[in-house]
Design a protein around this ligand. Structure first.
Ligand code: SF4
Length: 196
């Protein structure tokens, strides 16, 4: 893969609003069943509500098999104040992450990497369809309302996010509903694009 192509894609992510975007080896992405299982217990409010979340999204074992077909990936993030992550503002940032992941996967496809695919933080049901009673796709009576931008959830696939941060060189703190923004003022939301 030409170095210029890699740089163009990471540069595009920065132009779209990423705080950082880096190429990593696809095999360095650690995927563990326990992270996908955590969507069910303790149950995430989005569990089972969209095709991009467990139990509907591909299982961690399937994602590991998919990853083995790729050499390269891009990890990117947007740094976000913790207070925003703990508010409705989180949805706006997550929406941007899904849009960026979709855009760069499409650009990679257009530039000779047809198997490229994007993944993003958060559930598309909560991000794009929070005002819909149910996901049209899961209802079986409609197509996705946001087919060009909604991406599968990174954590739902079992990606070990803290390990990913180590690989990329990002400092990451665990933020929960109990976190005091005074203690941990900044967090992040992230996306992944497999390039192939
Ligand atoms: S319609 Fe599309 S964006 Fe909305 S919840 Fe279903 S899969 Fe996600």
């Amino acid at each position: 893969m030409a170095e210029d192509s890699l740089n163009d894609l990471t540069q595009r992510l920065i132009e779209l609003g990423a705080s950082d975007a880096r190429f990593i080896a696809a095999h360095s992405i650690v995927v563990e069943d326990r992270f996908a299982e955590m969507c069910a217990s303790p149950q995430c409010p989005s569990y089972g509500l969209a095709p991009g979340c467990p139990p509907h999204v591909m299982k961690p074992g399937e994602f590991r098999a998919l990853l083995s077909q790729y050499k390269h990936a891009i990890a990117f993030k947007i740094d976000v104040p913790t207070a925003v992550l703990m508010s409705d503002g989180r949805r706006d940032v997550a929406k941007l992450i899904h849009e960026m992941s979709s855009t760069v996967a499409r650009l990679a496809k257009e530039n000779g990497f047809p198997k490229s695919d994007g993944f993003a933080a958060g559930s598309c049901k909560m991000i794009f369809c929070h005002d819909q009673a149910r996901c049209a796709v899961l209802d079986g009576d409609g197509e996705c309302l946001f087919p060009d931008i909604a991406r599968p959830s990174i954590s739902g696939l079992g990606v070990n996010f803290l390990e990913l941060c180590k690989v990329v060189g990002w400092k990451a703190d665990i933020i929960t509903s109990e976190t005091d923004p005074e203690d941990v003022p900044m967090g992040m939301l992230a996306g992944l694009v497999l390039i192939g």
